[in-house]
Design a protein around this ligand. Structure first.
Ligand code: SF4
Length: 427
């Protein structure tokens, strides 16, 4: 049975009560993260231990590479494995041995769990330990779950990055302070942020993940970290358990979010306020100019976020405050209060926030609100379009470079494009 429980916001942030829903959900599973993670970590290989369905999901989402050797694959569990007739561990060991013999350039191998591997309780943590001991020191073998059981697609990245945290070299009190940007960003965006930190005078900045898994940053009591993505709750917790401190900030979307995100680091490292303002001014001006055109198109238009990527709340803040959009409902799969407090406080007081999903009830609310734009998963977009509603695929927001000043105009454009298409089709 589906439950629908309105509860009051508990922390006094300026937002309406949160509608909590538990019911049928329409989201991709955590395996999807492999598509952007394998592009980022160029010495890593992702071996999904799953079914033909998992293999199809990966191949259709990532495309089939014909000329390049792919850096992900699925070890397909057959009926014999699922029925417990074959020793899945032996099979897995054989496949990993074959893979590593054929691909000596692999330096890190992720064994990625799926619904089928979890259903038969295949212990991939033990398998990673066993195989890691066998193939050390040439190859590091880690594991995480990308299964679709109680998850949403961005949690795959969270689980993957959390699995890297125990591998990070330990730093002590005597080591120089370092700052880690946490979240897989396109290289171009990461480079822009690194240049900005350097211009501000903040040194010793690293990323998690780095482009090579073998270059993991060190971590210790002088480590501070900034979350670049809002869906990294487990990774943040693992970093804290190793002594690092999170710098609380808005997420770096739009001018306001990016400024606040950089400000958190500038304050921590005692950067002069005038220098901070002067350094950022040209970037902010360029971003404002890039957004101006879309602001004219988006201001006053209503938007409904279905819960999907966990980017919903920071993006709603950006669209409402910097582009003048009207928020109808902002759904999120999970509401991580301590990471979202600053964002929630900037949303209009009367906005409906919802956590979790009961898709039929939520679709009823979309139909009743008739928003100008609905952000949703692929599976819901076509039916809504056929009813005359304009949609934006949530997953596109994860695949596209959208962080920072230089991407603010492109981010606004991602929301303006479906409205432009609708206007053209109506003519
Ligand atoms: S992990 Fe589960 S939800 Fe994802 S493709 Fe495989 S079977 Fe489907």
């Amino acid at each position: 049975m589906n439950a629908q429980l309105p509860i009051a916001a508990s922390n006094g942030s300026d937002c309406a009560p949160v509608l909590k829903e538990r019911g049928q959900r329409e989201v991709f599973c955590g395996l999807t993260g492999i598509i952007w993670l394998h592009r980022k970590m160029q010495d890593a290989f992702f071996l999904v231990v799953g079914s033909r369905t998992c293999a199809h999901l990966l191949q259709s989402a990532a495309g089939v590479m014909i000329f390049a050797e792919p850096r992900f694959a699925t070890a397909i569990m057959e009926e014999r494995d699922l029925a417990g007739l074959a020793d899945a561990n032996e099979e897995l060991d054989r496949i990993v041995d074959q893979l590593l013999a054929r691909r000596p350039e692999i330096k890190s191998l992720f064994l990625v769990g799926s619904c089928p591997s979890e259903v038969i309780k295949l212990d991939l943590a033990k398998a990673a330990q066993r195989l890691g001991a066998k193939h050390a020191p040439e190859v590091r073998i880690l594991n995480y779950s990308g299964s679709g059981i109680e998850t949403t697609f961005t949690e795959g990245e969270d689980a993957c990055l959390a699995s890297l945290v125990p591998e990070m070299p330990a730093l002590t009190d005597d080591d120089v302070a370092n700052l880690i940007i946490v979240g897989s960003l396109p290289d171009i965006v990461e480079d822009q942020f690194m240049r900005l930190f350097a211009e501000l005078g903040i040194g010793n900045v690293a990323s998690l993940p780095e482009r090579a898994v073998s270059d993991l940053p060190g971590i210790g009591p002088n480590t501070r970290f900034l979350l670049a993505q809002p869906f990294l709750g487990d990774t943040a917790q693992a970093l804290k358990e190793r002594g690092a401190q999170r710098l609380d900030a808005l997420f770096p979307f739009g001018v306001e979010g990016t400024t606040a995100w950089l400000q958190a680091a500038a304050t921590e490292y005692g950067i002069d306020e005038t220098h901070f303002a002067e350094t950022l001014r040209p970037y902010q001006a360029r971003a404002e100019k890039a957004m101006a055109h879309q602001r004219a198109r988006l201001a006053g238009k209503s938007i409904f976020f279905m819960p999907d990527s966990q980017l919903e709340i920071p993006l709603a803040r950006f669209l409402s405050r910097e582009l003048g959009m009207v928020l109808t409902e902002v759904g999120t799969p999970y509401l991580h209060r301590s990471h979202m407090d600053r964002e929630l406080a900037l949303l209009p007081a009367d906005v409906q926030i919802s956590e979790g999903q009961d898709v039929d009830l939520q679709l009823d609310r979309v139909r009743s609100a008739q928003p100008d734009l609905t952000v949703c998963g692929l599976g819901l977009a076509n039916p809504l379009e056929s009813e005359g509603l304009s949609t934006k695929w949530a997953i596109e927001l994860v695949f596209s470079p959208i962080h920072g000043f230089d991407q603010a105009g492109d981010l606004a454009e991602l929301f303006a494009r479906p409205l432009r298409r609708r206007d053209v089709l109506r003519v």
